[in-house]
Design a protein. Structure first.
Length: 381
């Protein structure tokens, strides 16, 4: 639904690099509930599930094509014109393209409140991506507030990118906890699985197929696991990226019926319910900026194998709730798989509901609303 109405606009939202986002939808619904007038621009290649969700709720938006970085100058001019026309009091950007375009444009148009969420951690530094580092510096310079999704991200902003502490606010990503809590009733059943089970044993990965996420080590472990458990099946949920060729090469040695590539799954709670084991093993402590899959799997109660990255750095005694393995260690991942599937490990506790409450999507939306609307002279219209 395109938004061509000429009406007061207190907040302009600019989104990019997103196909579906319950988090962004929750923020928009909060602003609508509070009757704050807003406009929304989505920068992308075309329609997405996010567009479908917006249409379903009758939330207006403008869809602006952005197929590559070479289109940035034209989109910048387009967004700048839109800002000048709307004269919002605040702009919030989510996504790297949205941030790079929206925040400097808002600065040029003298929008007083300019907020974006830093979704990535040290990705640009890790790969020495000078253009990415420059883009981060530009966004950091022209924003009035940067929302860090974890303390890891806050530390990178403060110590590595020299952002003033007054600019940084931590707001955790959120999930719809009730959807996941309903999926945890069979937790103990999954934990009692043993090697004589005739059922298919489902191992799941939810991650982009990139080297930083350690998916190659998971499939190496799975290759061995399949020999011990011929009835094991691996589902890889996530977009194909730089490690896909290697992952595909390893799996090509296995029966095609033993694994699936799934680029997008719109029902993660249902997928988690189907699993006997969830594996998420980023290759370093600061690779994940947050790691939503950690919280989703802990909330659902699915037996999990993790390396510690992102938000797990802030969860005390995480080893009580999941199998923790060393980074880049397929042998340890394999052994953890065997331990879970045979029930030979010490049973893990369910993650406490009280601890989960800080990751409730409603809590997150309230915090975003407070931060973005704090400078509005007229909070409601």
């Amino acid at each position: 639904m395109r938004n061509n109405l000429k009406r007061p606009c207190s907040v302009l939202f600019v989104f990019s690099d997103v196909n579906s986002s319950p988090q962004l939808m929750a923020i928009l619904k909060k602003f609508r509930k509070e009757k704050v007038a807003f406009d929304l621009i989505i920068l992308g290649e075309g329609r997405s599930k996010l567009c479908d969700d917006l249409d379903l709720l009758e939330i207006p938006y403008s869809l602006s094509a952005l197929s590559s970085k070479y289109a940035i100058p034209l989109r910048f001019i387009s967004v700048l014109k839109r800002i000048v026309f709307l004269r919002p009091q605040a702009l919030y950007a989510s996504g790297q393209f949205a941030t790079l375009i929206g925040i400097p444009a808002a600065f040029m148009a003298r929008v007083p409140t300019r907020v974006f969420t830093r979704h990535h951690s040290n990705f640009h530094h890790y790969y020495n991506m000078n253009r990415g580092i420059l883009a981060d510096k530009i966004a950091n310079r022209f924003a009035t507030t940067i929302i860090a999704v974890s303390k890891i991200v806050e530390e990178i902003l403060l110590s590595r990118e020299n952002v003033p502490v007054s600019k940084v606010k931590i707001i955790y990503n959120g999930i719809e906890l009730e959807q996941f809590r309903k999926k945890s009733s069979d937790f103990e059943t999954r934990m009692r699985l043993h090697s004589n089970s005739n059922d298919v044993l489902e191992i799941g990965v939810i991650s982009r197929l990139t080297q930083l996420k350690g998916v190659t080590y998971v499939v190496e472990a799975f290759e061995k696991c399949l020999k011990a458990f011929p009835n094991t099946h691996l589902s890889l949920v996530g977009a194909k990226a730089d490690s896909y060729p290697e992952v595909s090469r390893i799996l090509s040695n296995l029966p095609t019926s033993s694994y699936d590539f799934i680029e997008f799954n719109s029902d993660i709670p249902k997928f988690l319910k189907s699993l006997n084991v969830l594996v998420h093993v980023p290759i370093a402590v600061d690779i994940e900026s947050f790691g939503l899959v950690y919280i989703e799997s802990l909330a659902a109660g699915v037996p999990s194998i993790f390396t510690v990255s992102g938000i797990l750095n802030e969860i005390p005694n995480i080893q009580k709730y999941a199998q923790i393995v060393p980074y880049m260690d397929s042998a340890s991942i394999y052994q953890a798989m065997i331990n879970v599937l045979t029930g030979s490990m010490i049973p893990k506790d369910l993650f406490p509901q009280q601890s989960l409450s800080q990751f409730e999507i409603g809590v997150m939306a309230d915090l975003y609303f407070s931060e973005i609307s704090s400078g509005l002279s007229l909070s409601h219209s």
